[in-house]
Design a protein around this ligand. Structure first.
Ligand code: BES
Ligand code: MN
Ligand code: ZN
Length: 496
């Protein structure tokens, strides 16, 4: 899809979207069009419940000179921030595709009193349109043209097109990185298994990322036995993917980003019920987000030191699979009784976390995983669960999340929860306390692998990695939740 920025034309035609502010205040271009159309815009508003509130739209059809005319509610001037502009861009793009339009012009009138510069409004409108037009249709061989996205060109008319072009160029890597992650998460598990995930990550070396992959032999030598125990029932080789982006000050300790990459989670011997099991192809959403974030940091040449590490395995039942009750020694030296082979995320992460701390001595460690169904019960699909031993890091993450629109909610940790995973036979067991507080006991397990003095956060993104509904900027399916959150966390706190 092509994006272009132009100055306000003298007259409008074709497929056009115009700003209307709260309480039906037509912005300059809507006013001008209303005049040329002898009040058709005002009449259409009067015949509807459209008020110009944020994200309201009204199509004024059948007007001479226009293939389609849309009024876009921008709400109060204070409401038009970057996220709001992206949502509007997404709404317009979706409408154009539904209507089979190949082009649309969004007229980004300068809104008096708005804090966001018009060029930024324009750039984020374009970003939202692009993000909404993602489609994963590579396996559809029979799509009719009307089932495909029709939109080919988005034009944004704005007071400062040159500035807008520059602002958009800075945002374009976001689109490519989010799409990279959405592709990883959308792929079926017969196509995307650990080695294939690693292969795609290796392709990011062209952006300047250093990418290393450890196979099973190397991990065995090092002692990542708990990670290997999860993958041992699979025909596919487990992988540890390590991406480094060290473009910050020479002696500054890196931030480590860690991702759960279970390319398919059957549950193993503690097998899951059949209904909905196909969802477990996206049990690598954490790894997908970390890899997309690393891609974005490299693409925009972030001035930071960041290590991205992904534990990639497939969790299968098999004659060689781990049995409930097996005891395995982790890289940290601590022993784990594997009571439930379906609680596999924490198992692969504990060794990856220990490895990254030993090898890279990070100042902070942020881990993302589709870890528990229980977090979906607690928070639904609006917020990821945030668990941390460090309030400053928590606050940085929450701030980044609310700025970028990938929200978090801090959850508790504590010794009473921790006690629930003590084992009778080993140092700990991988589940405890029944289903009660299931997301918290999972986090307690991970915390046992955090070294003294390391700021750590665990983001349980089980409710966020996939959307069955979609929203203004995300079609249903893989969301790439976490990519922009991590990028913003680094940009706001660890650069320069
Ligand atoms: N990958 C699942 C968690 C999950 C569930 C993610 C639904 C997305 C949607 C995880 O490995 C898992 O199976 N967790 C178990 C833990 C239980 C066995 C303690 C769960 O949540 O049921
Ligand atoms: Mn599982
Ligand atoms: Zn899982």
């Amino acid at each position: 899809m092509k994006v272009e920025f132009v100055a306000f034309p003298k007259a409008f035609s074709g497929n056009v979207a115009l700003f209307v502010g709260a309480e039906k205040v037509l912005q300059a271009s809507a006013r001008a069009v209303d005049e040329t159309l002898d009040g058709a815009v005002t009449r259409a508003i009067a015949a509807s419940r459209f008020t110009g509130a944020k994200n309201q739209t009204l199509c004024v059809l059948g007007q001479a000179g226009f293939s389609r005319l849309m009024l876009l509610g921008v709400g109060k001037e204070s409401e038009l921030d970057a996220r709001a502009a992206e949502a509007l861009g997404g709404l317009v793009a979706a409408d154009a595709n539904t209507a089979g339009q190949t082009a649309v012009t969004i007229v980004a009138d300068t809104i008096k009193g708005n804090k966001l510069a018009p060029a930024e409004v324009a750039a984020h409108l374009a970003l939202g349109a692009r993000l909404r037009c993602y489609r994963f249709d590579k396996y559809k061989t029979k799509d009719k043209p009307e089932q495909k996205n029709s939109l080919e060109r988005v034009t944004i008319a704005v007071a400062s097109p040159a500035e807008a072009r520059k602002a958009y160029a800075a945002l374009e890597p976001v689109v490519d990185s989010v799409f990279f992650t959405r592709d990883l998460v959308s792929e079926p598990a017969n196509v995307l298994y650990p080695a294939e995930f690693a292969r795609r990550a290796k392709g990011l070396a062209k952006l300047g990322l250093k990418v290393e992959v450890l196979g099973e032999a190397a991990m065995k030598k090092l002692g990542l036995n708990v990670l290997l125990a999860v993958g041992q029932g699979s025909e596919r080789e487990s992988q540890l993917l390590i991406m480094s982006w060290m473009n910050g000050p020479k002696n500054q300790a890196p931030v480590a980003l860690i991702g759960k990459g279970v390319t398919f989670d059957t549950g193993g011997i503690s097998i899951k019920p059949a209904g909905g099991m196909e969802d477990m192809k996206w049990d690598m959403g954490g790894a997908g987000a970390v890899t997309g974030a690393m891609r974005l940091l490299a693409a925009r040449k972030a001035k930071a030191n960041v290590i991205g590490i992904c534990a990639l395995v497939e969790n299968m039942p098999d004659g060689n699979a781990t049995r409930p009750g097996d005891v395995v020694k982790s890289l940290s030296g601590q022993t784990v009784e594997i009571i439930n082979t379906d609680a596999e995320g924490r198992l692969i992460l504990c060794d990856a976390m220990w490895y990254v701390q030993e090898k890279y001595k990070p100042q902070a460690m942020v881990e993302l995983s589709t870890l528990t169904g229980a977090i979906i019960i607690a928070l639904g699909h609006e917020r990821a669960g945030l668990f941390s031993n460090d309030t400053p890091l928590s606050d940085k993450l929450r701030k980044a999340g609310s700025e970028i629109g990938e929200k978090l909610w801090r959850m508790p940790l504590g010794p009473k929860y921790d006690k629930l995973i003590d084992s009778d036979i080993a140092d700990m067991k991988n589940v405890g306390g029944g289903r009660d507080g299931g997301s918290i006991t999972a986090a307690q397990f991970l915390q046992r692998f955090v070294k003294e003095g390391v700021a750590w956060a665990h983001l349980d993104i089980a409710g966020m990695a996939w959307s069955s509904k979609g929203n203004e900027t995300t079609p249903k399916g893989a969301t790439a939740y976490g990519v922009r959150l991590l990028d913003r966390l680094i940009a706001d706190n660890y650069e320069k």
